[in-house]
Design a protein. Structure first.
Length: 476
């Protein structure tokens, strides 16, 4: 995809003219901001329409340019995206603090969800916009710094994580944490620097030993160091009673190889060099994390008694770990973009299918139907689990999901006729919370029909809407 084609150049010209005479709090001409958003979206490999919408994202709200002007010049798709970002900004304007996202301020949260649900690229543009604003947050008054930083840490960074955009999540969380708790940030940053200084010499030696062995075995690889981010360390230390000696992945060596076979060969070679720590081998290739992250992690003890973590993954896994949904657009740009134009989002990776639920909820809100906002917030920001069918198909569900949630995700016909469930081969209750990695077999009967009591045995909006529909149909 050409980044300097005529449409993008034209968008820059129009945005520059529209924002003429406007300045940011930093004192710079306002056009600096949309140009920075453009660069971020291009770095993520986003499609052309998204990049153009990123350039124009503030024009409708802040200038005389109208949606019709944008539609005439760049087409319906770009106008649709700009409109979505504008709606999202409007929704956020009424939110004075993070608590405004909760159900008590229903209208703001509804508008936010509708804006995000129309097209997930709206969220990606907003994330790029937010990232640049965080990078220049020092120009704002302290109260606004705190509000934007807290919102970024508690809403936008988790959404970036849900999209498996690892690099973005790390940078956004660290930038925000610096303003939310500056003393804690400085303390942890100094701690990391001190630890890295002590560990750098031994890491260099370990890297050479591993590189020499991989070369000898003719494995094509790249190896580099990875330092834990400040906010990640903050969260991890809370789990270990603030004892940094209990955290073994403060620094790690990341090895990127050509294919999955080489991942496991590399793991074996590392274990032939160093002693693996008991219980510290995590195979996220065979069992991906909730957001789709794949890699093998192993923590070893070297001959010099140093503890070091290795992360082993393929090039494609690395791309998805760093850029997530943006990488999906990069690899499947035409397919995903065309589906969006048709209002569909099939072909998304399994771990991102929660987006379809968000779109379905947004459609209901537009139609004036009631939505349980508490459940919606749970589904957006809670951890996810991967659950398997007996045939090996994977379903992505929120943590705490129950067998009926699983059944209705498979198909409403299956959900309507559930008579029992087997979890990991054993008969289980419909009240059993599913766990990450469970194999779930739904047992059905043609004589079974949905019951109102089932509404207490689900947590997903999708299952709730299907049960209510069935109950209403039968009552009529």
């Amino acid at each position: 995809m050409s980044k300097d084609n005529e449409r993008i150049k034209r968008a820059v010209e129009i945005a520059t003219k529209a924002h003429e005479g406007q300045f940011r709090k930093t004192g710079e001409p306002y056009i600096i901001h949309p140009m920075a958003v453009k660069k971020i979206l291009e770095d993520w490999g986003m499609d052309e329409d998204t990049v153009i919408a990123g350039i124009l994202h503030d024009t409708v709200e802040d200038t005389d340019l109208t949606l019709n002007d944008i539609k005439k010049e760049f087409g319906e798709s770009v106008a649709f995206l700009v409109d979505g970002v504008t709606k999202l900004s409007t929704a956020r304007n009424g939110m004075r603090d993070i608590d405004s996202y909760l159900p008590q301020t229903k209208d703001n949260f509804l508008r936010l969800m509708i804006a995000l649900g129309d097209d997930i690229r709206v969220l990606i543009i907003k994330l790029a916009d937010r990232l640049h604003n965080l990078r220049t947050l020092s120009a704002l008054p302290p109260d606004k710094q705190k509000k934007i930083a807290k919102e970024s840490l508690e809403v936008f960074a988790p959404l970036a994580d849900r999209l498996n955009m690892g690099l973005l999540r790390v940078e956004m969380a660290d930038l925000a944490f610096k303003y939310v708790d500056p003393k804690r940030y400085d303390y942890l940053e100094d701690l990391i620097k001190k630890y890295n200084k002590q560990a750098s010499r031994s890491l260099a030696k370990i890297e050479k030993e591993v590189s020499d062995l991989l070369k000898k075995e003719k494995i094509h690889f790249r190896i580099s160091g990875r330092v834990k981010s400040v906010y990640s360390l903050h969260k991890k230390m809370a789990k270990h009673d603030q004892n940094i000696n209990e955290i073994y992945d403060l620094t790690a060596l990341r090895i990127i190889v050509d294919d999955i076979t080489d991942c496991y060969l590399t793991l074996g070679l590392i274990h032939s060099l160093y002693m693996p720590m008991d219980g510290r081998i995590k195979d996220y290739i065979a069992m991906p994390k909730q957001n789709g992250y794949q890699s093998i992690h192993t923590t070893v003890i070297t001959k010099d008694k140093h503890i070091v973590e290795f992360q082993i993954r393929t090039n494609e896994m690395h791309e998805f770990a760093e850029r997530g949904l943006a990488a999906s657009f990069y690899y499947n740009e035409q397919k995903l973009t065309e589906n969006y134009k048709k209002g569909k989002i099939e072909h998304l990776p399994t771990n991102l299918l929660w987006i379809t639920e968000l779109q379905a909820t947004a459609a209901k809100l537009r139609e004036g139907k009631k939505v349980d906002l508490k459940k919606l917030k749970l589904n957006l920001f809670a951890d996810r689990i991967f659950v398997y069918t007996p045939k090996g198909d994977i379903l992505d569900l929120p943590k705490g999901a129950l067998p009926l949630d699983f059944a209705y995700r498979l198909h409403s016909e299956i959900g309507d006729h559930v008579m029992g469930v087997k979890i990991n081969g054993k008969m289980s209750s419909l009240n059993t919370k599913l766990q990450h990695g469970d194999v779930v077999e739904i047992l059905t009967s043609k004589n079974q029909i949905p019951k109102s009591s089932w509404l207490e045995k689900i947590i997903t909006p999708h299952a709730r809407s299907k049960i209510l529909h069935s109950l209403n149909t039968r009552n009529k």
